[in-house]
Design a protein around this ligand. Structure first.
Ligand code: DTR
Length: 332
């Protein structure tokens, strides 16, 4: 009897398929913004590409609108495993992401595409400690920030005393111009505009259409000042558990997705401006290059303060700023 059992077990083992079909791996991806805003559009594009390039081994369950993690809890939520992946705006935590937020200094990044390539290369060169607890999948930036407001900004004096919503490094810019800063994540900005808590917003112009700010802000002043940096991060244990071929696909998408998002953002901003002028008769104020210097002259102390503070934190502050300028020239 015992011999029969052994023979049957051996037979079953031989006949058992050598490799059971791999289980589909489902990854949750948290986003603090609603659908159809640029952070969620890039998330859906990443999902589509990852599912295609892994041949369906990976399924990405996207969760927009802050339903899984909010704007400022994204990094800690991914580290704790509440979400496998998260999209975060680093400007909302200026003291946590000191090095990468240097891309938000007034150094003349002209577009989201250039900003995204500068940010990704800066991250890859310096590998900041701030990301030690996660796997960084990609990084990208917004297009340069401009002033969207309920009353016109025709010169630097018009900004003085205006309550403007901004965040992180961009918040330092509006304060340097003499505005009253309302420091909020974008997810809380529509309410602040509707309730009159802010007279305007300092951000990239995608939100004129993406969040319909054109309805509340009939004026745009094209200061073209600074970008806001973003990161997409993954829980480290979840990353380590992935099969090698899947890791290779995700690694190879880092720079490519940064550039895709940059191009998408720049195109969308141009569309948002056209849409705002056509559908809401928004007035766009362009400044002469010589007049823009008046806005920018007030900003140089921001960069020197960042260098001093970053040096005090033990960062190679001046080489970082030099590298950003070099990367801007390279990708411009
Ligand atoms: N400019 C940053 C980031 C930002 C720009 N557009 C959007 C849309 C959705 C979320 C964030 C952003 C900001 O003002 O927060």
């Amino acid at each position: 009897m015992r011999q029969k059992t052994i023979m049957l077990s051996l037979l079953l083992f031989i006949l058992m398929p050598l490799s059971a079909p791999a289980e589909k791996i489902t990854l949750s991806y948290a986003n603090f913004m609603p659908p159809d805003t640029f952070p969620t559009v890039q998330m859906e594009q990443w999902k589509k590409e990852v599912e295609k390039r892994t041949g369906g081994k990976i399924a990405v369950n996207t969760v927009p609108g802050g339903k899984l993690l909010g704007a400022k809890e994204m990094m800690d939520g991914v580290i704790s495993g509440k979400a496998d992946i998260g999209c975060l705006c680093m400007a909302y935590q200026p003291n946590r992401f000191v090095l990468t937020n240097a891309t938000g200094l007034p150094l003349g990044i002209p577009s989201s595409r250039v900003g995204s390539m500068v940010l990704w290369n800066l991250y890859k060169k310096y590998n900041p400690d701030a990301f030690a607890g996660v796997k960084v999948l990609t990084m990208f930036t917004t297009s340069p920030a401009n002033i969207m407001s309920k009353r016109p900004v025709k010169n630097i004096e018009d900004v003085k005393g205006m309550t403007l919503r901004a965040s992180g490094g961009a918040g330092q810019i509006v304060k340097a111009w003499g505005a009253n800063l309302v420091d909020l994540p974008m997810s809380e900005t529509p309410g602040a505009l509707k309730r009159g808590i802010a007279e305007g917003v300092f951000s990239s112009l995608d939100v004129m259409k993406g969040l319909n700010f054109a309805q509340y802000c009939p004026y745009v002043a094209m200061t073209e000042t600074v970008i806001y940096p973003f990161a997409v991060v993954m829980n480290l244990a979840r990353w380590n558990s992935l099969p090698g071929d899947v890791k290779k696909v995700l690694e190879n998408m880092g720079a490519e997705h940064a550039e895709w998002t940059g191009n998408y953002m720049d195109d969308y901003v141009r569309e948002a401006i056209r849409w705002s002028e056509e559908n809401h008769q928004v007035e766009v104020m362009e400044f002469e290059k010589s007049y823009k210097a008046k806005f920018n002259f007030l900003l140089w102390p921001i960069t020197s303060k960042w260098i001093k503070d970053a040096d005090a934190k033990g960062l190679p502050a001046k080489p970082i700023v030099k590298d950003i300028r070099t990367f801007i020239r390279k990708y411009r």
